[in-house]
Design a protein around this ligand. Structure first.
Ligand code: CU
Length: 457
């Protein structure tokens, strides 16, 4: 039994007082006082990547990455987002199946949040898995805005029952900072960076990951970089990859390193059976030297962190896929040809899908319309000399064929890196009517036309 002095009893008494008021005004009072489940405040922030590296940026709730949000699948959440910056903002829930009005892309019709304004809505998170949230704004030539900023955070949508076996869960976000455009040999301008971090800190300046011998640690890694693919290894250990983009893989496998394109996530078990003080970091020396690393320390171990330099870069999505089974339901192919139009030396190229940049490629004459209930195969033909991390909003796709290889099944993702001069095929079921954005996740490419909006007929 609750005692009379407990808060619920007090609120019952308060309710009895309020009950004397008109029913209408009581309802209004209750609505005004209701607290959202989650409040995210977008504001300027100075990140201390190291004592010598202070970065003026934007952040959610005064931290980089933003707060780790945990939601239960299918349980509605009221979210309030406050924009305390000088520019309009919009927050995208990456990997969720949400209505276009709250998915978080203005191209889909989500309203922008004006400077000084806030928005509040209720969302029902699904599917379960490792998702994330980030800004979906335009940066153009200002390499401090949009995804170049600190506006990203982890979202874990939990299953009602979690079957995974692990002792500890660690979230890591990879990011690149202080970008500037530099001309490459082919005359194109690309962003390059001076500072690289994991969870907002350069190697040696963050809290180490602390583990105990014998533990199984589930590491969730997000590449929140605006433009860069990253390669990660953990000295003295392998990664048993169990999920890609938050979705369990059919063939879990232990690999020596991970490759993450922008917006990709990898969830992997690390078996802690090699006591010591180790470095988890970018495999390429110059990126690790710029700060992309974090120390992993066993309880009771001491000494300088040890880094073992891998000799080569290895990664393949196919390792985690199942062979194709019997032919699935009929699909309709959608051909998407990627190329770029040179705009002269020292300029950024214009990116095109099927001959046009956004928004021309999504005009009523050119747009691709989906039919609810139909399965489609995206035939992504990359005619350019760059690799592109392609992201489909509001849906999950299944990788079916990579660069002319065999048919695959079971790899469900929302981002896939399409290598230069190859074709990647991925299928999805059109089961979430509403405007749906498909784009390259590299900020400079999206800003230069590499987007398309699918609409449902
Ligand atoms: Cu791209």
């Amino acid at each position: 039994m609750l005692s009379d002095a407990s808060p619920p009893a007090l609120s019952r008494r308060r309710f009895a007082q309020l009950a004397g008021l008109a029913a209408g005004s009581l309802a209004l009072t209750a609505a005004a006082e209701a607290q959202p489940d989650i409040t995210l405040e977008i504001a300027p922030y100075t990140l201390e990547a190291s004592p010598k590296h202070h970065i003026r940026t934007l952040a959610y709730n005064g931290q980089v990455p933003g707060p780790l949000l945990r939601m239960k699948e299918g349980q509605p959440q009221t979210v309030e987002i406050r924009n305390l910056t000088a520019n309009p903002e919009v927050l995208h829930w990456h990997g969720l199946f949400l209505p276009s009005a709250i998915d978080g892309a203005m191209e889909e019709g989500t309203p922008m949040i004006a400077p000084g304004a806030s928005t509040r809505y209720t969302m029902t998170p699904t599917p379960a898995g490792f998702r994330w949230y980030h800004t979906h704004t335009f940066a153009g030539k200002n390499l401090t805005l949009a995804q170049y900023s600190g506006l990203h955070g982890f979202l874990m949508v939990g299953l009602r029952e979690d079957p995974a076996r692990y002792d500890r869960e660690i979230f890591l976000a990879l990011h690149d900072w202080n970008g500037h455009f530099m001309g490459s040999d082919d005359g194109f301008m690309n962003p390059v960076y001076d500072v690289c971090t994991i969870n907002g800190r350069m190697l040696g300046f963050g809290e180490p990951m602390t583990v105990r011998s014998g533990e199984r640690v589930l590491v969730h890694i997000l590449n929140s970089s605006p433009t860069e693919v990253h390669w990660i290894s953990l000295s003295g250990h392998g990664f048993e990859v169990i999920a890609l983009d938050g979705n369990a893989v059919p063939v879990p496998r232990t690999v020596p390193m991970l490759r993450l394109a922008p917006a990709e996530r990898v969830s992997a078990i690390v078996v802690c059976n090699n006591p010591g003080v180790w470095v988890l970091g970018e495999v390429r020396k110059h990126i690790k030297t710029a700060g992309m690393g974090i120390v992993m320390e066993y309880a009771g171990a001491s000494g300088s962190p040890v880094w073992q330099q891998p000799e080569s870069l290895t990664w393949s999505y196919e390792h985690f896929a199942a062979p194709a089974g019997s032919p699935g339901p009929p699909t309709i192919p959608i051909e998407l040809v990627f190329d770029s139009k040179f705009q002269g030396h020292g300029n950024e190229e214009l990116w095109r899908i099927n001959g046009f940049g956004y928004p021309q490629n999504s005009s009523p004459e050119n747009s691709i319309r989906l039919k609810t209930g139909q399965r489609y195969r995206l035939m992504m033909k990359n005619r350019s000399t760059d690799d592109h991390p392609m992201h489909l909003h509001r849906h999950t796709f299944e990788l079916c064929r990579l660069s002319g290889g065999p048919e695959l099944s079971g790899l469900r993702k929302d981002v896939v890196l399409v290598p230069a001069k190859t074709t990647v095929e991925a299928e999805f079921l059109a089961n979430n009517p509403g405007k749906t954005l498909f784009h390259c996740h590299q900020q400079d490419h999206m800003d230069r036309g590499f987007m398309m909006v699918f609409d449902y007929a």
